[in-house]
Design a protein around this ligand. Structure first.
Ligand code: ADP
Ligand code: ZN
Length: 295
């Protein structure tokens, strides 16, 4: 049984074919240009793949309310040309298959909860720190949507005193997480790509301070059973111990749970599925769209 998955991102679209055993079989990537160019290219690839359903993990904001007239539309993105784009309806109609959509980070959280680092737990939060910053949340087996869906990348933080650009670079907010800690924010602050900066560069102290504030806020507001940090910037593995230590310092002993006081290495962790969390989550959504029961 062949199922299609789409990870819709601001810079690229990653398309895969997988099966009902949660295996990803083949993959391609298409640059995100205008919808008029990119959507037909995606349709063409999937048409030759004989898929029976499609699961989409998308950048946001995206309308996730199935009762809404604009279900599956990208809504108010700053990404050129994608505002009010009917992403899910167009793909569904062109491919004649059932489809399901969620945010890219909710899809990743679902996969990590079912099959990865948070398997067997009651809840988890998955955060990507990449071109953007976003977080998805599973609580008691359900993806959290609420009013629209969480936009944790835009939580406001306390700027560091030694940050040369303390307002950050989000076009909507001063001092939000994404504007301060995304890959492009690091690059704009220093005029060099994040991955070019050496391990002893001062940026990593700032980065750990911002991500630790995010962890503290998440722990206090959501109380997740695990926080999973993924995305390109987290390829800097030395950030993990720095973030864990600063999170403990910020919490200052207030949350008296051994997960935080003693076992924080297992509490703030890398994705169990590596770089496959998003695509695997989209595959789980495709299975739901196809009505395949979870075994
Ligand atoms: P996307 O968010 O577009 O899906 P990624 O999660 O790979 O993709 O994030 C891309 C961002 O991560 C870029 O800004 C890039 O500079 C940054 N990045 C990628 N690899 C590294 C690395 N090894 N160290 C630091 N930053 C990185
Ligand atoms: Zn913002």
């Amino acid at each position: 049984m062949r199922l299609g998955t789409l990870e819709a991102g601001g810079t690229k679209m990653v398309l895969s074919v997988g099966n009902e055993n949660n295996e990803l079989l083949e993959q391609t990537s298409i640059p995100t240009e205008t919808p008029a160019k990119t959507i037909p290219a995606m349709v063409e690839w999937f048409k030759s793949k004989d898929i029976i359903a499609l699961g989409i993990g998308s950048f946001g904001p995206v309308d996730l309310n199935p009762k809404s007239q604009t279900y599956g539309y990208i809504t108010s993105t700053p990404k050129q040309g994608w505002t009010n784009q009917p992403l899910l309806p167009t793909l569904q109609e062109s491919l004649h298959v059932p489809a399901m959509i969620d945010t890219d980070v909710n899809a990743a959280a679902l996969a990590e909860w079912k099959l990865g680092a948070a398997k067997g737990l009651n809840s988890c939060m998955y955060v990507t720190i990449g071109t953007g910053v976003g977080a998805g949340l599973v609580v008691e087996g359900h993806l959290v949507h609420g009013l629209l869906h969480p936009e944790m990348g835009h939580m406001l933080l306390q700027p560091a005193k030694n940050d040369p650009t303390p307002d950050g670079f989000c076009p909507f907010h001063k001092g939000c997480l994404e504007g301060l800690a995304s890959g492009p924010a690091i690059a704009k602050r220093w005029g060099r790509k994040a991955y070019e900066l050496p391990q002893d560069h001062e940026t990593w102290e700032l980065e750990a301070w911002y991500l630790a504030q995010m962890c503290m806020n998440a722990i206090c507001i959501l109380s997740p059973d695990k926080i999973i940090l993924g995305g390109g910037v987290m390829q800097q593995k030395h950030l993990f111990p720095m973030i864990r230590k600063k999170t403990q310092e910020l919490l200052n002993g207030y949350i008296r749970h051994q997960a935080i006081l003693e076992k924080i290495d297992a509490y703030i962790t890398e994705p169990g599925l590596g770089t496959k969390s998003g695509a695997t989550g989209a595959l789980l959504l495709a299975k739901q769209a196809a009505g395949i029961p979870e075994g």
